[in-house]
Design a protein around this ligand. Sequence first.
Ligand code: SF4
Length: 283
Amino acid sequence: MVFGTYKEVVCARSTDKDIQKASQDGGIVTALFAYALEENIIEGAIVAGDTEDPWKPEPTIAMSREELIAAAGTKYTFSPNAIRIKEAVRQYGLEKVGTVGTPCQIMGLRKMQSYPFSTRFVADKLKLLIGIFCTENFPRDSLKTFIDGKMHSSLAATTKMDIGKGKFWIDTIDGKEGLKIKETHGYEQAGCNICRDLVAKYADVSTGSIGSADGWSTVFPRTEGGYDIFQAAVEAGVIETKPMDEGKFGLELLEKLANSKVNKGNDERERRAGLGLPLPQEF
Ligand code: SF4
């Protein structure tokens, strides 16, 4: 099943104006972590924080709502959040940690939890894994190359990045610019070409914009723990929900794109296998 296992799927958004303003789409990652922190479900969350270099995210251990809001918004280049898990547990002394990642990062964390070689007494401290939908990801230098060269702008002038309606979008001080997504394919991380998970199937809760209207996110609470936290956040009024649109731009669109990622990944895997190249194992 291309969506993996899940308890429900809904459109959702944060009801907090500060989170809405700072976040991508419905602000679900920030809202859920902020709620989990407040309720002591987690004691800290490892998120992609900003640095002095524009669009060069750095894993940050956020322990307050303010730190979460400061790190909000999607960055289309990697933040290796896993590298700070040991530090969060051993140096910060956190017993309950949350983190967010792309589907491949979440898969890595689940493998770490299943086979905790060199991460004993660390992997079990991960209490909330939020996965973000991912169609592709770019090395920062590649982002810079096509934003400079094809979009005639710069990372420094970019205030927001987004993928939607077949284009890679940037908001800049001069307005909004879009580049056809097929023109960005050559700049992706090489591993993205064999990736078959768009919806972060192994997360506790996964979320992304595809399938929902602007300002809302599609959300899959998946595990018991993820479902309980999400439901509690909804009941507390920090997240509001509405049913998914079953039409062309709702779940149907998400399914179409998720299937197309599986097919693309399978084709490339077949091609690489034919060349005798090694392929990573999935679950
Ligand atoms: Fe990871 Fe797949 Fe996204 Fe690439 S496309 S960043 S491999 S989840």
